[in-house]
Design a protein around this ligand. Sequence first.
Ligand SMILES: Cc1cc2nc3c(=O)[nH]c(=O)nc-3n(C[C@H](O)[C@H](O)[C@H](O)COP(=O)(O)OP(=O)(O)OC[C@H]3O[C@@H](n4cnc5c(N)ncnc54)[C@H](O)[C@@H]3O)c2cc1C
Length: 531
Amino acid sequence: MLLIKDIRVDPGREQDLAGIASEALDIARSDVKEVKLIRRAVDARHRSGVKYVITLAVSTADDSTVLGTHRGGNVSEYSPTAPPVLPSVRRAPEPAPVVVGAGPAGLFAALTLCRSGAPCILLERGKRVEDRARDVDAMRNGGILSLQSNIQFGEGGAGTFSDGKLHTGIKSPYLFSILRELAENGAPEEILWNSEPHIGTDMLRTTCAGLRKKLLGLGCDIRFGHTLKDISVGGGAVRSLLVCGPETEYELPCRSLIMAPGQSAREVYEMLLNLGVRMHKKPFSVGVRIEHSQRQLDRERYGRSVRMGLPHSSYKVAVHLPGGRSVYSFCVCPGGEVIAAGNEPGGVVTNGMSPYARDGDNINGALLVSVDPWDLPEHPLSGLDFRRSIEEAAYAEGGGGYMAPVQLVGDFLLGRPSTGMGSIKPTYRPGVRPGSVDAVLPAFAAQALREALPLLAKKLSIFACEEAVMTAAETRSSSPVQLERDTDLTCTYAGLRVCGEGSGWAGGIMSSAADGIKCAVSAIKEFTDCD
Ligand SMILES: Cc1cc2nc3c(=O)[nH]c(=O)nc-3n(C[C@H](O)[C@H](O)[C@H](O)COP(=O)(O)OP(=O)(O)OC[C@H]3O[C@@H](n4cnc5c(N)ncnc54)[C@H](O)[C@@H]3O)c2cc1C
């Protein structure tokens, strides 16, 4: 098979893969025997019009002759990278390894363990996704917070009610295997070739249920509604766990523990700190969600091509301010809604989610200001206190009941509270109250946003829109804590591994899942040594 890279085609032609291949290789269409889409991206940078940029794997009637004709250009032999070979154990370890948390890190750690011949126990404090969805709706429709089942806690983890964006900046040998696993279990096939893959919250729920079925089939003992409360250690190693189940607390013998509790399980980090697990503050960010008109952005991005059936456009912007702070967009959700993403009583946290179709009127994204470790007191968990104080201020400014405070960009720039909304309707539920972002964010963060908005408007004109809506507060884009890991990825105690976003070593669905696999592989090597 041959690989043809970066073929530029007009929108409307992207489905005709055989035609594109025959044209690119200058051969008859009948000589194209098989075509596989490897990658597709949208290039909207040029005034001449929007193009798809496509990479194909093609089998022709005579590959070597075709390759000879095109050698040196964008055609080469196709040699796909083989997925990494995962280690396996001869005997299932006793007691069974335990994974805490059924988010991306925990799910992929559990899958890796089970496939290696070391079936594990998976503890998840929240509910399975079908039941969890009802609790999330109770918050969206009535402002009712369930402490163990919400946007942060439950099957699938924090990203289940999200846009399910799957791009990542990290390099890991596991990334393609993760995408394939997701696609095999309910995610759209296109995540395998789309340069900006996303699943959408509707399809993510099906995918979580698919992964659960897969895990059960591999012998995983999944326990929903079971919360890890404490860890007993002895001789520098993990000995057992205290677990709170739906009916009673129990002790679980454990020698190998992979924790993937996410960044919102505050009491877990307090427990680990009390145990003497080494950790330190790390940089993170706080800010607001900002909503713009999706149509306006599509027009700005695509110009005359806007009606060509292109995917809804997105953006990524950043500015570095003279004082040293960065202000940047994050987790942008085209055609999505702003959601109530808190898990603590009396705190308002925003985030974004979109369905697969991304067909809502607004595009929303986090607009964040960097927070450095030296901005905060010495204590390793001071970042958790800092963001909690912002979330409580947002709750107060929203007027209670998990309503969120909103402010128009125009009012924010003039330093006056908003009293009503304009053409862009805020999507946050259970509801919003016009008010002031300054009442929520610390002065340095509000000031940085005020300086950044005019600069961002020079890069992307939607940021000049005075009727854009800012909803506060966005505080959970990454963990403010990082656990110290040894070369075998253990944290302070033998057998204790902490992975995923909450460990401070990953952020986002893909990198958390990859980190979960990495920790599981390291644990499996330990079992293999004991074989
Ligand atoms: C609304 C929203 C939208 C997002 N959108 C995207 C996106 O589009 N793309 C992207 O890449 N990232 C997105 N993210 C971030 C992404 O979801 C996280 O980076 C990712 O889920 C982290 O994975 P994790 O497995 O480390 O932790 P989590 O997903 O947070 O999972 C941790 C799990 O551990 C469980 N748990 C916690 N404590 C305990 C305990 N003591 N006992 C038992 N179980 C416990 C929790 O209930 C939870 O299910 C979004 C996040 C949110 C909140």
